[in-house]
Design a protein around this ligand. Structure first.
Ligand SMILES: [Zn+2]
Length: 132
């Protein structure tokens, strides 16, 4: 079952530790390319420490949902699958995620380009349909 959860990122140490754990599971992470999981059999689940969850109870969540929430500040709509615009099934870069019925704002897209997790070419290819 898909869980709803909210993050509490007040503990900088816990948030840094979470990012390190994510980084350790990827070939490369927080880059403008695919964030490919090292292990093809990685189950894509992530154990969130209680101090990172509002309410304080530890949660086991889907890594992609967690990264989507971190990037877009909201969870994907319930019941909606996350697919990958890059077609790499081991990629977890939130800039490459596509959820039916969800389009990030231009501001968010430009922000992802600025932070170099999305290339201009990808933005043109993937987000062009929303540029009207
Ligand atoms: Zn990708």
């Amino acid at each position: 079952m898909v869980k709803t959860f909210a993050l509490n990122l007040k503990s900088e140490r816990a948030a840094t530790d979470m990012r390190k754990q994510i980084r350790d599971r990827c070939v490369e992470c927080f880059v403008p390319r695919c964030w490919t999981l090292k292990d093809p059999s990685d189950d894509g689940q992530f154990n969130l420490k209680g101090e990172l969850v509002k309410g304080g109870k530890r949660e086991r969540v889907q890594l992609r949902r967690l990264l989507f929430l971190l990037e877009y500040k909201e969870l994907p709509p319930l019941g909606r699958q996350i697919s990958m615009r890059c077609d790499d099934m081991l990629c977890i870069n939130p800039a490459h995620m596509r959820v039916k019925g969800f389009e990030p704002s231009y501001r968010k897209v430009y922000n992802m380009i600025d932070r170099e997790i999305l290339t201009i070419g990808q933005a043109k290819e993937w987000y062009a349909e929303a540029e009207q």
